[in-house]
Design a protein around this ligand. Structure first.
Ligand code: HEC
Ligand code: HEC
Ligand code: HEC
Ligand code: HEC
Ligand code: HEC
Ligand code: HEC
Ligand code: HEC
Length: 387
């Protein structure tokens, strides 16, 4: 909350420096400038508040957590859920899937003649980089991403304040090519500094954000992530709140959020991690910018479908099933509203009865070997960014 104070101070200084005129004018100017200052402060403080959201919510989840194996006693959701991307989005490096890919990666790095290599020893994986006669190294300890799209490894370290920093490894595995390439957001050219050849060094606040969007229980003490207690993955209580009281009472409703949420509240809850439209610079949100496809809520709220109905993410997604298990490319998602009965909106004016997603929600290629589904459902012009 530093921004609002500074801005209000500045606003008041402007007011104080005004020539002394009538008393009334003075008050009016003060009120006006204060209101202006308030809105400016609000506007300026928005982005940082938004990006804090996942971290803040995780703090509140630390109370009343219960073992999620218990959910299966009473809920069928727990039978299918553990296969989803959410459940598997963060793994310890020693997970079998992670180790298998890292071993393949090591052969890849060698075949490419890169100055980076991986060394495996019992429970540890060491990434080593040699440059100009000096060697730098980091122990990789987490694997981000379920592998539906990609996997990126990170190593954590304790900084001089005792807080957890992180190095995001330079090389990632991509599902679409079943192979390896530079991590999304990193430069083709290796950076400078001790960790430059190994990847990007993130300070503690940034490291914490990474974990906050990929885990459900994240105890932090004086900036240090208590990794032994961390619950990896986006699991039941991340979306349903702590459930100890619910389990002990055998079903008392403790967090009815999803039943009562308005359309926007619902979208925003998913967008805590999938990103809200307000988090994107306004100038970036236009039909020719394919990059925003990565942030599904951003496009969705621009769509006439969303704006003309009560559509939320749940209209098409069941968070307890894998995408495949919910016939994710079917036309049922569209015919909920476009089935030609009078009360249910229009049919395709180009006359198509199948393949809705191909034309109105195509997959868009990113710079890295990644594709995302464009959730800005619309009639697309030839000139717009395309698959
Ligand atoms: C001993 C049985 C039991 C266990 C264990 C249990 N639940 Fe429930 N749960 C119920 C019952 C019964 C209801 C229906 C309550 C109602 O609708 O009045 C319910 C409803 C729910 C609901 C919908 C209503 C609400 O409270 O939001 C959610 C979500 C839920 N449970 C999540 C969980 C999670 C997550 C776990 C595991 C941490 C869990 N439950 C463990 C019995 C259980
Ligand atoms: C705590 C952060 C977080 C929240 C909250 C969240 N997601 Fe996700 N979601 C993720 C991450 C991380 C992934 C990537 C999973 C992976 O590694 O494949 C993901 C993946 C997905 C996928 C792809 C699933 C798959 O199995 O490949 C869908 C669909 C999705 N989320 C929908 C939703 C919806 C709908 C909501 C709200 C009900 C929601 N998410 C809330 C973080 C979150
Ligand atoms: C604001 C929340 C948020 C933060 C912070 C965040 N992620 Fe994610 N991450 C997501 C979501 C949501 C997805 C799912 C994207 C999708 O499939 O549409 C995802 C997906 C991924 C994937 C799978 C590949 C992909 O693009 O689907 C990897 C790997 C990943 N994140 C790594 C990281 C790392 C490493 C960091 C920190 C440097 C990080 N993430 C920070 C929310 C976040
Ligand atoms: C990504 C967020 C997310 C995760 C993770 C998640 N749920 Fe849910 N769950 C939801 C949403 C959203 C709804 C409301 C669905 C709706 O209204 O259509 C819901 C609804 C429910 C309900 C009520 C269903 C009903 O018919 O009223 C139960 C029970 C439930 N979830 C249990 C679980 C359990 C158990 C887990 C873990 C195994 C889990 N959920 C994981 C988002 C999630
Ligand atoms: C009108 C239907 C519809 C709505 C509403 C919808 N989605 Fe999707 N979503 C899809 C389809 C179709 C796919 C592609 C499925 C596939 O590839 O199997 C998809 C894929 C995804 C994926 C996987 C990554 C990607 O981009 O391909 C994520 C994550 C996701 N949606 C999140 C969300 C979130 C968050 C919301 C709410 C803001 C949402 N979706 C609303 C239809 C929808
Ligand atoms: C929850 C209801 C709902 C769902 C589900 C839905 N739509 Fe829509 N859609 C609407 C509404 C409302 C409009 C605005 C139509 C109007 O103005 O009469 C619209 C408009 C459209 C338009 C015209 C957009 C433009 O650029 O003018 C297209 C194309 C479209 N929908 C395709 C789809 C497809 C494809 C799906 C499935 C992936 C889908 N819709 C799912 C409600 C929905
Ligand atoms: C081969 C590409 C293609 C497929 C497949 C397709 N559409 Fe369309 N759709 C279009 C085009 C092009 C237009 C615009 C036609 C025009 O300008 O009149 C359109 C227009 C629409 C509109 C706007 C109607 C209006 O009067 O504003 C809706 C709604 C729509 N489609 C829904 C769907 C649904 C639902 C499906 C699947 C059952 C579907 N489309 C399949 C290309 C397609």
């Amino acid at each position: 909350m530093e921004t609002p104070d500074t801005t209000l101070d500045q606003a008041n200084n402007v007011e104080a420096g005004m020539p002394q005129r009538a008393w009334r004018q003075h008050i009016t100017a003060f009120v006006f400038v204060s209101i202006l200052g308030f809105f400016l402060a609000f506007w300026l403080s928005r982005p940082s508040q938004l990006s804090q959201l996942p971290v803040d919510r995780l703090q509140s989840l630390n109370q009343g957590w219960v073992d999620e194996k218990r959910c299966a006693e009473c809920h069928e959701q727990a039978e299918t859920f553990w296969e989803t991307g959410h459940a598997r989005t963060l793994l310890p490096v020693t997970d079998a899937d992670s180790l298998k890919l890292l071993k393949q990666m090591n052969s890849f790095l060698e075949s490419q003649g890169t100055p980076t290599s991986l060394h495996f020893d019992d429970e540890t994986v060491l990434a080593v980089h040699e440059r100009d006669g000096t060697t730098s190294q980091i122990r990789l300890d987490w694997c981000f991403g379920s592998g539906e799209h990609a996997r990126t490894w990170v190593g954590t370290l304790t900084d001089s304040n005792g807080a957890t920093d992180e190095v995001e490894f330079r090389w990632s595995w991509y599902h679409d090519i079943d192979g390896f390439d530079i991590t999304p957001g990193q430069q083709q050219q290796a950076g400078s500094g001790y960790f430059g050849g190994l990847g990007l060094l993130f300070d503690a606040p940034k490291a914490r954000k990474c974990f906050a969007c990929h885990s459900s229980y994240l105890p932090v003490e004086s900036g240090k992530i208590q990794t032994s207690e961390l619950h990896a993955g986006v699991t039941c209580q991340r979306c349903h709140g702590p459930r100890q009281a619910h389990v002990e009472s055998e079903g008392e409703v403790t967090d009815p959020f999803w039943k009562n949420a308005t359309q926007l509240e619902s979208i925003h809850r998913c967008a805590e991690c999938h990103r809200r439209a307000e988090e994107q610079p306004e100038a970036d949100v236009h039909k020719h910018n394919g990059n925003i496809a990565r942030f599904q809520p951003v496009g969705l709220v621009q769509s006439p479908c969303f704006q003309g109905s009560q559509m939320t993410c749940l209209t098409c997604h069941d968070p307890h099933l894998t995408l495949k298990a919910q016939d994710s490319l079917g036309i049922w998602q569209c015919t909920q509203c476009h089935d030609g009965t009078e009360s249910k909106h229009v049919l395709c004016s180009a006359g198509h009865e199948t393949g809705c997603i191909d034309c109105h929600m195509p997959k868009i290629k990113m710079d890295s070997p990644l594709k995302f589904t464009d959730h800005w459902i619309r009639i697309r012009k030839e000139s717009e960014s395309s698959p």
